[in-house]
Design a protein around this ligand. Sequence first.
Ligand SMILES: [Zn+2]
Length: 279
Amino acid sequence: MKEQLIKTTSQPTSSRISGGNKIKKEVEGKFDYLKEFVEERFQKKFPQKDFLSAWMEYNHLRDFKISDNVEDVGGISEEGHYIMRTITEYFISQAFKAMKIDMDDPNVGGEKGTPYRLAKMYCGNDLSDDTELLSGRWSHKPLMTSFPNEQGQKYPITKRVDIVSVCSHHTAPFSTLFRDGSFAVISYIPGKKILGISKLQRIVDWVARRGHLQENLTKMIYDEVCQAAETSSVYVKLSGLVHTCESLRGTQSNEGEFTSEFYGGEFGNYEMRREVSGG
Ligand SMILES: [Zn+2]
């Protein structure tokens, strides 16, 4: 990272700013001292785009929860997302330096070194990337196709999906993929609509690839399926997920396996839940 471009003067606090100055600072945001550095990167990436409007867009964007998506606070452009990712990379690089990690190590430093890779992992490559650990905070919501329930089907439609998520306490992954016998199941009883079920995994990824408590994630998946299928007869069970913040660090206990469920409507019936989840 080109340090010489970065002015390291401390940022003024808003309490010191008054009148017209205050408005200017509010518009320009709190990362002014990184502006030159970000602009240089931006011009290489988007030579045809207007840096200042993207910079203002990014600085106007409100903070939103680690479990939410940027659409909840009005959305962001590709250019605004790129600015966010670039600033994130800068601060990860600073954190590595704070930890006295040798940035001359070719496995860590360099133009697309570990801070670059981590920023991509936390931010996603762009607004269409749904593959990174926190990409669901930024990516567009996948379209959920549906069909009219012409046959009037009344039995549960059930699908097993994989969960890849990170806990909001440590941003350490938790998943169905770390242990045999761990699974996630989604079931719903159709009303007027049948969901194109192949899209279900994409919706789940979009919701899960953020920072979560497993219980809250379970409820969020439930809400998405209710909304898409237009019914409250939905059952979501995340069974035996391994939380690496417990299994790989700290106590390193096997107790880092969690099961959670959320249901509504006709799934108030225990026998029905047991039937669709296989026990
Ligand atoms: Zn944790």
